[in-house]
Design a protein around this ligand. Structure first.
Ligand code: FAD
Length: 276
């Protein structure tokens, strides 16, 4: 038995070519026996049908697929309709998020925070869904203080979440400290580290600026020094992220959740190097 539970995150493809590519990616990752895979959801409606279609396509292969659902910009009625469609389709696992409004879209919607969405899902559907929520070992970029962010996280778990997945990070100590501190706030659910393989420095820099994840200076300097040498970036990235995962696994984390960006190679290589 594999003691570490693996999960992989995908986004809904926008073209038929993207659909085929994702199927090929899945075929490479399925032999790693993930506990589940998840599919992101665009706030404001951009990928909502895509999320359902992708989840159903995955579920056809007998793999547990969890759609993400964000509440920002949505009415309770539209969230209820989505939850009902998932229920009718036999989906029992969901990742509940606040989401971020695309720039220019002003309406917050009826639920302001993920904790309110978790309560809403529990009120509407009881125990039908296993609910995951997001956690931020380096704190959410909009949070007023680390303390408040951790209290907000605890609130969302107490509203009925079964488990949490973190934002990606490269500082393992931030994760260990976060877990210790939220345990003291009464959070007892598994907190699974989110892992971002490093394959593209400019993309990673852009994502990290948006989500508030720190790229340690030594990692950034080395990646930068490789310029356009994608092979060198991949090789160094693989070493760094495998070492991070090894530390996490040795410390007894319950699982690893990979942000695959719909590509299998890097996530698969890390798992293989770890012997998972
Ligand atoms: P919340 O938990 O609601 O927190 C948001 C902010 O509000 C935090 O700063 C928090 O401290 C603060 N806060 C919370 N409650 C209160 C309160 N009662 N009073 C005052 N402040 C409060 N985005 C997408 O659009 N689609 C996706 O599919 C998606 N998937 C993700 C998957 C994972 C694993 C992660 C980590 C993130 C994902 N995101 C996704 C990004 C996420 O939507 C953003 O990070 C968003 O800004 C916050 O969502 P949340 O659910 O963490 O929000």
């Amino acid at each position: 038995m594999n003691p570490i539970e693996l999960s992989f995150e995908f986004f809904p493809p926008k073209t038929q070519e993207g659909v085929e590519k994702l199927r090929a990616t899945r075929a490479q990752l399925v032999p790693l026996k993930p506990k589940f895979v998840s599919v992101t959801f665009g706030a404001g409606g951009s990928t909502q049908q895509g999320t359902l279609d992708t989840v159903l396509d995955i579920a056809k292969d007998g793999i547990e697929a969890a759609p993400h659902l964000s509440c920002i910009g949505s009415s309770k009625e539209s969230l209820r309709a989505i939850l009902n469609r998932y229920r009718e389709s036999g989906i029992r696992h969901i990742v509940a998020l606040r989401g971020d409004l695309p720039s220019g879209m002003g309406e917050v919607g009826e639920l302001r925070y993920a904790s309110e969405l978790v309560s809403f899902i529990r009120n509407e559907t009881g125990d039908w869904f296993r609910i995951e929520v997001a956690a931020y070992p380096e704190y959410h970029p909009q949070s007023r203080s680390p303390r408040q962010d951790m209290e907000n996280f605890a609130r969302k778990v107490k509203a009925g979440a079964n488990s949490a997945i973190t934002q990606y990070f490269f500082n393992a100590d931030a994760y260990f400290r976060f877990v210790d501190d939220v345990r003291k706030l009464g959070v007892d659910v598994p907190i699974v580290p989110g892992i971002m393989p490093i394959t593209n420095f400019s993309q990673l820099t852009r994502f990290s600026e948006m989500c508030g994840a720190e790229i340690p200076r030594w990692v950034a300097r080395r990646l930068e020094s490789f310029g356009d040498d994608r092979e060198a970036i991949r090789a160094f990235g693989l070493d760094v992220v495998t070492d991070l995962c090894r530390r996490l696994v040795d410390a007894g984390v319950p699982g690893l959740h990979f942000y695959t960006l719909n590509a299998a190679t890097a996530s698969k290589a890390i798992c293989e190097r770890l012997g998972l």
